[in-house]
Design a protein around this ligand. Structure first.
Ligand code: AMP
Ligand code: TRP
Length: 328
């Protein structure tokens, strides 16, 4: 049997954080051992909100470098910038022609962004359709993502089914791969909302490239509660529970084990241990990042786009044929 295909994307908006890493990127890296992986820096998604073109250029390269530093291997995986492969946009248009607007209006990410003041433009509205196109373009079977993308993946599955029912079996129905813990790493300053790239408060997130000192400061100042026990209770103790999940993911020790060790030793000691664990987990990534050369990475991305285009063209013909569009 053919190997199955994995697809996932990361927006190049800078600020790649621990939530991205523990929720998604760690899985991206592992999956390379057993699947054909396609990983994409989704720059077309990022322009659906206000942005600065100059900053965008450097954020895009930084995102590519961070992914390579975490272990995305361009010799094993297809790795490129989304906008350099025009087939994503074409498929998005085709899928858009079969997407009810009512469904898009109910997407929580869209509603949240508009509630936070983003302009309600067509790109932001159609964002999940472009994501479906990314995934379906390569006939992906598995999509490693964090919890916040669950609803978008449901839409992707629904569109694949609609397409297949109307035009014949073209797309596999992709499954989400969402980690059991750390699928929703919470903000350090407000542990009832998720850690996010766009929170105006820098202390709300640990960046993958933060220095050890900065990591320690941010974790020490993480919002907790006044009851001194270290216990896993996401509803009653969201701050401590978030730190327990983070530490467990970084050390590969169970939460029970950590509670046993730190339960009654006080928050100070516990936070220091969490900081140590995060610093140790991020150290090899920071190190690898420092050793990457910008020119070399840019060259790798150009080569990735060429390879991806070749592959995408084949899939594009299948869709054109199924839908009755002219062959290229
Ligand atoms: P984005 O930053 O929106 O491009 O997200 C890249 C990946 O990180 C997606 O798979 C998200 O679901 C995941 N992700 C983003 N924020 C978090 C978080 N706070 N916890 C866990 N996963 C996250
Ligand atoms: N929408 C995703 C996010 O904000 C990024 C993304 C775009 C993606 N296309 C994708 C993720 C395809 C998985 C598969 O995080």
């Amino acid at each position: 049997m053919d190997r199955q295909t994995v697809f996932s994307g990361l927006q190049p908006t800078g600020n790649v954080h621990l939530g991205n890493y523990l929720g998604a990127l760690r899985n991206w890296v592992k999956l390379q051992d057993s699947y054909d992986c396609v990983y994409c820096v989704v720059d077309l998604h990022a322009i659906t909100v206000d942005y600065d073109p100059k900053q965008f250029e450097s954020d895009r390269l930084e995102a590519a470098k961070v992914l390579m530093a975490t272990g995305i291997d361009p010799d094993r995986s297809l790795f490129y910038f989304q906008s350099q492969v025009p087939q994503h946009s074409e498929l998005s248009w085709i899928l858009g022609a079969m997407t009810p607007t009512g469904v898009l209006g109910r997407m929580t990410q869209y509603k949240d962004k508009v509630a936070k003041g983003e302009a309600a433009n067509l790109g932001l509205f159609a964002y999940p359709v472009l994501m479906a196109a990314d995934i379906l373009l390569y006939h992906a079977n598995l999509v490693p993502i964090g919890d916040d993308q669950r609803q978008h993946l449901e839409l992707t599955r629904d569109l694949a089914e609609r397409f297949n029912n109307r035009f014949g079996e073209v797309f596999p129905i992709p499954d989400a791969l969402i980690p059991e813990t750390t699928s929703r790493v919470m903000s350090l300053t407000d542990p009832t909302s998720k850690m996010s790239k766009t929170d105006p408060n820098d202390k709300s997130r640990v960046l993958i490239l933060d220095s050890p000192d900065v990591v320690r400061k941010k974790i020490r100042s993480a919002v907790t509660d006044s009851d001194p026990d270290v216990r896993f209770d996401p509803a009653g103790k969201p701050g401590i529970s978030n730190l327990l999940e983070i530490m467990s993911a970084c050390t590969e020790r169970s939460i029970d084990d950590l509670v046993e060790e730190y339960g009654s030793r006080g928050y100070g000691k516990f936070k220091d241990a969490v900081a140590d664990a995060v610093i140790a987990a991020l150290a090899p990534i920071r190190n690898a990042y420092e050793n990457l050369d910008d020119e070399e990475v840019a060259r790798i991305m150009r080569r990735g786009a060429l390879d991806a285009r070749t592959k995408a063209e084949g899939f594009q013909q299948i869709v054109r044929e199924a839908t009755g569009l002219a062959a290229l």
